[in-house]
Design a protein around this ligand. Structure first.
Ligand code: ASP
Length: 479
């Protein structure tokens, strides 16, 4: 017999079916055993009656929560008074004729029938494969898949091309520290994992693709907070021959299509545009929440754009990544590859009134949080060089850092601009989750340990030797 999905049992009253799934709950009523069976599509109640199915009843005695079973049985309509309105299959019940255990389970370390928020993060992430069985996490990851699919379709309709870029690469500054990977073939040399595909996507514009996107993982070695990990997923895109307003318009359309496709509610059909100055004056921050109290309760998404940010800010001497990025008193606020607003191009080229130069940066905010950010880019060698000069780079340091970009821009670079949206954050907003970890399959713990697997971990000495690496504190090296 072919397997039936649990959600389909509701329309199969009177038919024989075969179900496969997990036992969520087993209730022994002495004369009867009830099993709530769960598969990817839903949950249904099954009943084992000793008189009619003695063999199945025998097996049912051994069953514990999270056992994997195969059930053959008949779908019976429930009498009116027994209908369970809480589940879509609540009008039926499966009368078990045969019951097979496909796999046994230890007692799970925590309850899988709650939303899980009452359980400590370390234990949830250690057993993430169990934690993900809970309804809320199943919903979150399925919503994530649906949303990404809708965004992808909206972009394809707009003639974007999905292109992957490398993970082993050279540093690209996004204001965090890099994760570095040692090279075995060139001991003492290192790759950097990308903080974003910023440079590669710009090179794809030079390459003539005109409209690019991907959903890259971005790796940033930042100080951990409860709602932060080292990795996040972006919707990264770039467009050629566009103004700032055209990028914002295209992104707005794509986001609206994605949000609507998954049933999200928008406050505004046209996202308000607020200048950085006005936002600071009015809200005291460049991220603000435009929802009314009622809209907050109803899960409404209030998107807005923030524009006209300062291009540069004074270096924070305490911040190691600032000291790494900049060699002068000034560092970039958002992105060193940005173009200033047209009125301030001369200032950038002359390196004058640095604190007053405004960038073409646009940030997308939603419900008080940052939901994305991008800019029109400096597409001529002179403009990019001028930014690095302001950050104190000598000609040879500029060459060393972005010489490849300057070279690429010398071969006919189209004017271009783009954006990156934080996908984890969008899902959290759509679902009303407070932490982006609730939207990721295998996030890191707040102490930087990986889900399920024990990393970071020591590496055997012979491997380090091959890489030409010596760890200074020996107690951290296993042999
Ligand atoms: N590369 C930027 C980031 O990752 C986004 C962009 O400017 O496109 O934040």
């Amino acid at each position: 017999m072919q397997r039936t999905l649990i959600k389909d049992t509701a329309s199969k009253a009177g038919e024989d079916v075969m179900l496969k799934g997990w036992v969520e709950v087993r209730r022994d009523h002495g004369k009867l055993v009830f099993l709530d069976i769960r598969d990817r599509s839903g949950i249904v109640q099954a009943v084992v009656i000793p008189q009619t199915s003695p063999a199945a009843y025998e097996v049912a005695q051994a069953i514990r929560p999270e056992f994997v079973v195969e059930i053959a049985g008949k779908v019976n309509k429930r009498p009116e008074k027994n209908i369970n309105k809480d589940i879509p299959t609540g009008t039926v019940e499966i009368e078990v004729k045969s019951l097979n255990i496909l796999s046994r389970s230890e007692t799970p370390p925590f309850d899988l029938t709650t939303d899980g928020l009452e359980i400590g993060e370390e234990v949830r992430l250690r057993y993430r494969y169990l934690d993900l069985r809970r309804k809320r996490m199943q919903e979150n990851l399925r919503l994530r898949s649906d949303y990404m699919q809708a965004l992808r379709q909206a972009l394809i309709k707009k003639d974007f091309v999905e292109i992957e870029t490398p993970l082993l690469t050279k540093t690209t500054m996004e204001g965090a520290r890099d994760f570095i990977v040692p090279s075995r073939f060139q001991p003492g040399k290192f790759y950097a994992l990308p903080q974003s595909p910023q440079q590669y996507k710009q090179l794809l514009m030079v390459a003539g693709f005109e409209r690019y996107f991907q959903f890259p993982h971005c790796l940033r070695d930042e100080d951990l907070r409860a709602d932060r990990g080292f990795e996040h997923t972006q919707l990264d895109l770039e467009m050629s021959f566009v103004t700032r307003e055209e990028v914002m318009q295209a992104v707005e359309e794509v986001v609206k299509e994605g949000v609507k496709a998954v049933g999200g509610k928008l406050k505004d059909e046209t996202f308000p545009v607020v200048s950085y100055r006005a936002a600071m004056d009015k809200y005291g921050a460049d991220k603000f929440d435009l929802r009314t109290e009622a809209e907050k309760k109803n899960g409404v998404l209030a998107f807005a754009w923030v524009t006209d940010f300062p291009f540069f800010r004074p270096v924070n001497k305490e911040e190691i990544s600032d000291k790494f990025d900049s060699k002068s008193e000034w560092t970039f606020t958002h992105n060193p590859f940005s173009m200033p607003i047209p009125e301030h191009v001369e200032r950038l080229l002359a390196g004058k009134n640095i604190g007053e130069i405004l960038t073409t940066q646009y940030d997308l905010v939603c419900n008080g949080l940052e939901a994305g950010g991008g800019s029109i880019r400096a597409h001529t060698p002179e403009l990019l060089k001028a930014t690095y000069k302001i950050m104190g780079y000598s000609d040879s340091q500029i060459e060393e850092s972005v010489g490849h970009m300057l070279e690429a821009f010398s071969f006919g670079a189209p004017p271009h601009g783009g954006i990156a949206l934080g996908i984890d954050r969008h899902i959290a907003l759509l679902k009303g989750e407070l932490s982006i970890k609730e939207t990721m399959a295998f996030p890191m713990t707040s102490s930087g340990r990986t889900s399920v697997m024990d990393a970071p971990a020591s590496v055997p000495e012979n491997i380090l030797k091959e890489l030409g690496i010596k760890v200074i504190s020996d107690d951290k090296v296993s042999s």
